[in-house]
Design a protein. Structure first.
Length: 328
């Protein structure tokens, strides 16, 4: 072996690309992925499987490190972190950014789409507009999946929406803030990870969220009643930086998109299956899981009509096009 050949081998080994290594290992990318929810949550489970599927489909070329439960970046900062290059990919609750653009609040307009089939139809009607909006913000949509229908958590039974007046109502997006205002409650911004402490200290006394969040936070420890009002199905979205995306070859892009399509299909199916189980978990731990009375339904329906009209007006021509397509 000549001195030149030996030096070549040693140099290659120093860069981790020895003569026996594959080209894939030489060009592997690691993507940091901040997410808001704990590892027991189905959104996080889906994300972790997506990461495994991407790794397998790209033969290890793309390796996603999932940072769950806000451990790397807190939920309100995840979108900005991906836009700025602090992270390559991320997951957020879409409606958290409704103040930025009405389009982001569509899935949380109450009583517009109240079951999984209607929610999927609404997503399909709005998806082209969502993709364009994200593209202008240097983000590429990979997939979006819903939460279970939203219900009302209160410490004591209520007879109508009027009974919420003056209560400290947990708000986690503009839609829940507006619901609180229209119900005469006091909106209080609290993230999912802070719910238990907020109820325990009296910062909030009521909230509207999914049975999944109720199970995640062990809601039975701090509230007694859950009304299955099925108000709306908010969605999460997973997106990647467009700068990162542009750096991928076509085959890698296709592999990531196929993994994303699988994650989306699985997420919709599994959440629908899991919803009934979550309600049983709440009742099994001592909570009263109740069907809302006609008075409660009518009160929330009135709020829903007001908010649908407000959203359509705020979203302009795009909003009218989406609602028209949804209602066909």
């Amino acid at each position: 072996m000549t001195a030149i050949t030996l030096r070549t081998r040693l140099a290659a080994a120093a860069f981790g690309i020895g003569l026996c290594a594959t080209p894939v290992a030489a060009f592997a990318e690691t993507w940091d992925m901040p997410t808001p929810y704990p590892d027991t949550n189905l959104h996080t489970i889906t994300v972790r499987q997506f990461a495994e599927d991407v790794k397998a489909a790209t033969n290890g070329k793309i390796q996603i490190t999932v940072h769950s439960n806000g451990s790397l970046v807190k939920h309100p900062e995840i979108k900005r972190a991906v836009q700025s290059g602090q992270a390559q990919i991320g997951e957020v609750l879409i409606s958290s950014w409704a103040n930025e653009d009405p389009l982001y609040g569509l899935d949380s307009v109450p009583f517009l789409a109240t079951d999984f089939a209607a929610s999927k139809k609404l997503y399909e009607a709005s998806k082209p507009f969502l993709e364009k909006k994200l593209e202008r913000q240097r983000l590429k949509l990979l997939y979006s999946i819903p939460w279970p229908p939203q219900g009302l958590y209160v410490k004591q039974e209520i007879s109508s929406v009027a009974d919420l007046k003056g209560q400290k109502f947990r708000a986690y997006n503009p839609a829940t803030t507006r619901i609180a205002e229209l119900a005469g409650a006091v909106p209080t911004k609290i993230e999912a990870a802070e719910v238990s402490q907020a109820f325990g200290t009296g910062i909030v006394t009521a909230m509207m969220t999914s049975a999944a969040t109720g199970v995640d936070t062990k809601a039975w420890d701090f509230v007694n009643v859950y009304y299955d009002v099925q108000a709306w199905l908010p969605r999460n979205m997973v997106f990647v930086s467009t700068e990162v995306w542009k750096g991928l070859d076509d085959a890698t892009k296709k592999a990531v998109e196929q993994a994303a399509a699988k994650a989306e299909a699985t997420g919709w199916t599994e959440w629908e299956k899991k919803t009934a189980e979550l309600n049983k978990t709440l009742s099994g731990n001592g909570m009263k899981v109740l069907t809302p009375s006609p008075a409660i339904k009518d009160g929330f329906a009135a709020i829903g009509k007001t908010m649908t009209d407000e959203w359509t007006k705020a979203a302009g021509a795009d909003g009218e096009a989406i609602i028209s397509a949804f209602r066909k």
